[in-house]
Design a protein around this ligand. Structure first.
Ligand SMILES: NC(=O)c1ccc[n+]([C@@H]2O[C@H](COP(=O)([O-])OP(=O)(O)OC[C@H]3O[C@@H](n4cnc5c(N)ncnc54)[C@H](O)[C@@H]3O)[C@@H](O)[C@H]2O)c1
Length: 408
């Protein structure tokens, strides 16, 4: 199969499993909300995001896409997406320079709206291409890390256009971060290692939404889950959920599989690596490739070799193999296909409606980070229930009065 054929097949497959987005696509085709508008998206370029890009195009937008992580870009999907008339600047395993140049090229169309995942596009606009700000309506941000960076920028008064935090929609983080990451992290680890999880000590660093999902599914696979946290409240939550909680210092001595999902850097460093058992699996599903310190891995080892696709063994002086998956980048994307389509159906429906919202309301918006309007969240949740064939109760008028009176 040619690259383009393979990419198109992947895109067609996911399109059959994204019913909410299909409903929105039909609306967009009819209403053409983005007619004449330019949208630049920076996102993990795999089949679901590619299908999402075609939905924006169906709404009349001129879409330029670029990847937000060189290892998650799938070259066949890029070709497939191009065949749908979307301009794409991305390739798998691009060097840092190539990657940044692709972001710049994607911005050269002078977008009216951007979609960012992790904040790289936003950083380039602010620091290198500020001339774009004048005509930019605003943007959306897909993930926790990007939002943290945006809020820091906003706090310093340095955010120069309005952004909607798609990540903070209930229909995003409750499902995407928890159930999406929960499933796809284990899909990535299992298909890459072909080893059993059951009976192993699985160390999850970070008990946020992603960590909760990863821990829950590790337990389901029979792993003995250990959680490492820095937030005492999250740590109690993990204890109450039935997991052992300890410092990474302690966990590093007994863990078999380590998964970092903190959004922070240097979660696993030299002092932990020195404690680790032979054969440990190190995977990151959090932020870029900085959670497991790769310089430290190199420092504690005398040799590094590729032992299986996407697995590098760092071999220590005393002969221990510390196995790093996917170069320490997001394991579910760099060594898997990312979240299941049904999960991304919700996330991208939130994104599509948020982009439409910015297109229609940018005149009233200021340079702030906005939450997704609640009505959009509820609309997507309603559509999701419909696709699941689930009906729920409605408040009667009397009940509504009762609740409101009670609240007063
Ligand atoms: N792999 C994916 O597909 C995917 C999907 C969504 C989000 N993410 C990324 O995963 C990361 C976590 O996202 P989230 O939504 O769970 O965030 P979150 O803020 O809900 O959770 C992060 C948790 O990590 C803890 N933490 C921070 N630094 C730590 C450290 N040094 N050691 C131990 N714990 C620490 C925090 O206290 C917090 O509880 C982010 O970087 C986000 O961008 C990845």
């Amino acid at each position: 199969m040619s690259l383009v054929e393979s990419g198109k097949k992947k895109i067609e497959w996911v399109s059959r499993h994204m019913p909410i987005l299909n409903t929105i696509k039909k609306q967009f085709e009819k209403e053409q909300p983005f007619r004449g508008k330019k949208i630049t998206i920076c996102i993990h370029l795999e089949a679901k995001t590619a299908y999402f890009a075609t939905v924006l195009k169906a709404g009349g937008a001129q879409v330029v896409a670029t990847g937000c992580n060189p290892l998650s870009t799938q070259d066949d999907v890029v070709e497939g997406l191009r065949s749908y008339g979307v301009t794409v600047y991305a390739k798998h395993s691009a060097t840092e320079e190539e990657y940044n140049n692709d972001l710049r090229k994607a911005l050269e169309q002078q977008p009216d709206i951007i979609l960012d995942d992790g904040g790289d596009l936003t950083a380039i606009i602010h620091h290198e291409m500020p001339e774009l700000i004048e005509t930019l309506y605003g943007g959306t941000e897909e993930t926790t890390t990007g939002i943290l960076r945006l809020r820091a920028r906003e706090k310093e008064g340095q955010l120069k256009f309005p952004v909607i935090s798609a990540n903070d929609a209930f229909c995003k983080y409750l499902f995407d971060n928890r159930y999406g990451t929960g499933q796809s992290v284990w899909d990535g680890i299992n298909r890459t290692t072909n080893l059993i999880v059951s009976s192993k000590n699985v160390v999850i660093a970070g008990y946020g939404w992603c960590g909760k999902g990863a821990a829950m599914r590790a337990k389901g696979l029979g792993g003995n889950v250990i959680v490492c946290e820095v937030n005492p409240i999250k740590a109690i939550e993990a204890v109450m959920d039935g997991f052992r909680v300890m410092s990474m210092e302690e966990a590093s001595k007994i863990g078999d599989i380590f998964v970092t999902v903190t959004g922070c850097k240097d979660v696993i460093t030299k002092k932990h690596m020195e404690n680790m058992k032979d054969g440990v699996i190190l995977a990151n599903a959090g932020h870029f490739d900085v959670e497991i310190n790769k310089q430290d891995l190199a420092a504690v080892s005398v040799e590094k070799k590729t032992v299986r696709d996407n697995i590098e063994a760092y071999i220590t002086k005393d002969g221990r193999h510390l196995n790093l998956l996917a170069e320490g980048r997001l394991v579910n994307l760099a060594a898997g296909d990312g979240h299941p389509a049904e999960i991304m159906d919700m996330s991208f429906s939130i994104q599509a409606l948020s982009l439409k919202y910015i297109n229609e309301h940018h005149g009233e918006m200021t340079n702030k980070v906005y939450n997704v309007p609640e009505e959009l969240d509820r609309y997507v949740a309603g559509l999701k229930l419909k696709t699941l064939g689930v009906s729920i109760d409605r408040l009667t008028e009397e009940q509504e009065h009762y609740i409101n009176d009670f609240m007063e």
